[in-house]
Design a protein around this ligand. Structure first.
Ligand code: DX5
Ligand code: ZN
Length: 218
């Protein structure tokens, strides 16, 4: 199965959001990746519902929303209303993760779990069957354009083994520092979804860069 490519709009030009949304619509990208940060869980504040709702109006692709916020349960219904189709919460931000995943699904969305770089994959053994997606952070969350943490390859393999052992169906998503150079190796290691911010939006021709990411992960 080819990898899904999910450009992160965190790296878009916020002065020309509509142009960048349309660029993704017209490209070979599979998903929009939407990073919501609260300045508490991570040391940065990104954007919230108004931006997501504007995207919802024009997006022709799946909206993959990554919450880097504390106590995400408070906003699950609002994110469903704002158009999120996959809603990913951080393992480190949820005291009752099982309940959070059930609530996400009850609102008609796919439920994802994100793990910070220091969190071992093993903590998911009793919840993996309930997840539609696991997002392995391959940088410390908060900012685009950071360097990929190489240890992630081992985590992909461990996660893949866990998914197979538990007969689970979760997609493996890699978020942070994905480049044209490492995309193929990540896909080969078992990644199903590659998020790319700086690699896409920092390139001279984003549509062509998305196509190249796609080509390298067939
Ligand atoms: C990081 C975000 C990522 C970020 C990735 O906290 O979750 O989705 O946008 O950006 P790049 O691809 O530039 O590392
Ligand atoms: Zn993200």
């Amino acid at each position: 199965m080819p990898a899904k490519i999910a450009p992160s709009i965190l790296s878009a030009d916020f002065g020309h959001l509509d142009r960048d949304f349309q660029m993704i619509n017209q490209s070979q990208a599979d998903w929009f990746h939407v990073d919501v940060m609260d300045g508490v869980f991570v040391p940065n504040i990104s954007f919230g519902f108004p931006v997501l709702k504007s995207l919802q109006k024009v997006a022709t692709k799946h909206l993959d929303v990554h919450l880097m916020i504390v106590d995400p349960d408070r906003y699950i219904a609002d994110f469903a209303q704002a158009g999120a189709q996959t809603l990913t919460v951080h393992y480190e931000a949820c005291t009752h993760l099982h309940r959070s995943l059930q609530a996400i699904k009850a609102h008609g969305m796919k439920a994802g779990i994100a793990l910070n770089p220091h969190t071992p994959v093993d903590v998911l053994s009793d919840i993996i069957a309930d997840a539609d997606l696991v997002c392995l952070m391959s940088v410390n969350p908060g900012f685009g354009g950071q360097k990929f943490i190489e240890r992630t390859y081992d985590k992909i393999k461990a996660l893949k083994a866990l998914i197979e052992r538990e007969n689970a169906h979760a997609l493996i998503e890699i978020d942070g520092g994905v480049t044209l150079e490492n995309a193929a190796a990540l896909h080969q290691a078992g990644a199903d979804v590659l998020v790319a911010g700086n690699t896409v939006f920092g390139s001279a021709n984003p549509v062509e860069t998305i196509a190249e990411l796609k080509r390298r992960t067939q």
